[in-house]
Design a protein around this ligand. Structure first.
Ligand code: UN1
Length: 471
């Protein structure tokens, strides 16, 4: 039954903006409410199923993802612009996330504690919350939803999922695969539409016990304002302005290669992208040359995809124009690619002569833009790398073990990288930032159970009442 009038949306390929790749019917507010209610009912059965059985469904889903690797990667690539090899990597990553959490169904769900009384048994037991709301972005249309949905499901919750409208077709494909994998009806309910309309219904619903969101700081703040006072559990993964430090003693080839990869992979559309690099003065000229050499190797339209949408394209172009107007020097790129004007393609872009009061040093760009700074020494580098409202990830390239350990201690971020790029996350490791990059619970790994379960403490009295066993 369709309630209200459904809006139809056409999706276009950001690499070829006149190519319509499909249509999607958006849900109405009423339908979203119905789906939340249905998920609440489905919780009764789903939470009773053993976690081992729930895990088996996730494992089937992992197998299906791999079976559908190519068509899914191609669809997602056409919908949001990431290159097909990048998208195939993401589908495989999705499968390993599902496999990790499928095993979680076989792991301990509590612990036995000693009691002060010999007559009592005391233990903890993790239980699911009920319906949880998962609101996901367009930049990892497969991996991010799965690393929220998989733990939510294996711990026994049901999920109402609102993906970004920009990746509606990819998200529908994933929801359909979950059904094929044997997930009972209404255990995962997808709602397609805008966050301002449908996301708001999920956030406000008293039936939804937790919200896991990845996206902008502005929306994150609205979630906190609305769902916080309702005492919901809230997990927010927000922006980043990730720094890399290259010291004179580093392997400079490795540092330059990984800094450019960190900045330009996925066209810079990762909250973990490297967006600032601090280079020690004595190797500054050499490293800048190496950064340019690496940037030159990128073939826009082949090894680097377009920006995901018109809005993204305009925003990145505006950031570049503002950086120039504020006095930063563009030493590489800085323009849309003229011969690829049928898509949202922008050149990999490098800026020098950046000062810390410029927007380029402070604001998240979410595009292939890197700000390069010269620093006198490690102390100046760490001070400037920490001079940010964000604290997601940071890298240092050095062979000095003392500086590496000092950086681990003093870097104000959730993800510290030594001789590695700022991006990336493995499913078994907690993911999240400090400062304005994250709020609340970590994602992935064992840490995921903190948001998606609640602990019950159980006391059983009278376990050793005299004479009972002899009767
Ligand atoms: C990665 O670096 O591979 O939205 C993961 C984002 C992050 C995930 C990054 N939440 O870009």
């Amino acid at each position: 039954m369709v309630m209200g009038v459904r809006e139809i949306r056409e999706q276009f390929n950001p690499a070829n903006t006149s190519e319509c790749i499909g249509k999607i019917e958006l849900h109405t507010i009423e339908e979203t409410e119905v789906k939340i209610r249905a998920s609440e009912q489905a919780f009764q059965q789903w939470s009773k199923l053993s976690s081992v059985s729930r895990g088996e469904i996730l494992n089937s889903m992992a197998n299906l993802l791999i079976e559908h690797l190519e068509p899914l990667a191609e669809l997602a690539s056409k919908e949001m612009g990431k290159t097909v090899p990048e998208m195939m990597g993401e589908v495989k990553r999705g499968a390993s996330i599902l496999r990790y959490f499928s095993q979680e169904g076989m792991r301990a769900a509590g612990e036995v504690l000693p009691s002060a009384s010999e007559d009592k048994m005391l233990y903890t037991k993790r239980v699911p919350l009920g319906v949880v709301g998962v609101i996901t972005p367009w930049n990892f249309p497969i991996a991010i939803p799965l690393w929220k949905i998989a733990p939510a499901l294996v711990y026994g919750n049901t999920v109402v999922w609102k993906p970004s409208i920009e990746v509606s077709l990819t998200s529908q494909y994933i929801a359909d695969l979950f059904e094929k994998a044997g997930l009972p009806k209404n255990v995962l309910n997808i709602v397609q539409g805008r966050g301002s309309k449908l996301g708001a219904v999920i956030i406000k619903s008293p039936k939804v016990k937790a919200i896991s969101f990845t996206g902008s700081n502005a929306v994150g703040q609205q979630i906190l304002n609305t769902a916080g006072p309702m005492n919901k559990k809230i997990q927010l993964e927000l922006g980043g302005k990730n720094a890399a430090i290259i010291l004179a003693d580093a392997d400079l080839d490795l540092a330059a290669r990984l800094t450019i990869e960190g900045a330009m992979k996925q066209t810079g559309q990762r909250c973990t992208a490297t967006s600032r690099v601090y280079i020690e003065a004595s190797v500054y000229d050499t490293v800048v040359e190496k950064l340019i050499e690496n940037a030159k190797k990128i073939k826009v339209g082949e090894t680097m995809g377009p920006l995901a949408s018109k809005q993204q394209f305009e925003s990145v172009i505006e950031h570049i124009a503002r950086a120039k107007a504020q006095g930063a020097k563009c030493i590489f790129g800085g323009k849309p690619v003229a011969e690829l004007s049928h898509g949202y393609f922008v050149e990999p872009t490098l800026f020098t002569e950046v000062t810390h009061d410029m927007d380029l040093a402070r604001e998240e760009i979410f595009g292939p833009v890197l700000a390069i700074f010269r620093v006198t020494d490690y102390e100046e580098a760490i001070r400037l790398s920490n001079d940010s409202e964000f604290g997601l990830s940071a890298s240092i390239y050095t062979t000095n073990i003392h500086k590496a350990f000092d950086f681990i201690e003093r870097s104000e971020v959730g993800l510290v990288q030594i001789n590695d790029e700022t991006g990336g996350a493995e499913p078994q490791a907690p993911f999240g930032g400090m400062k304005n990059s994250s709020t609340g619970f970590r994602e992935q790994g064992q840490a995921a159970k903190e948001i998606f379960t609640v602990l019950k403490t159980v006391t059983i009295n009278g376990i050793r009442v005299k004479g009972k066993c002899e009767q």
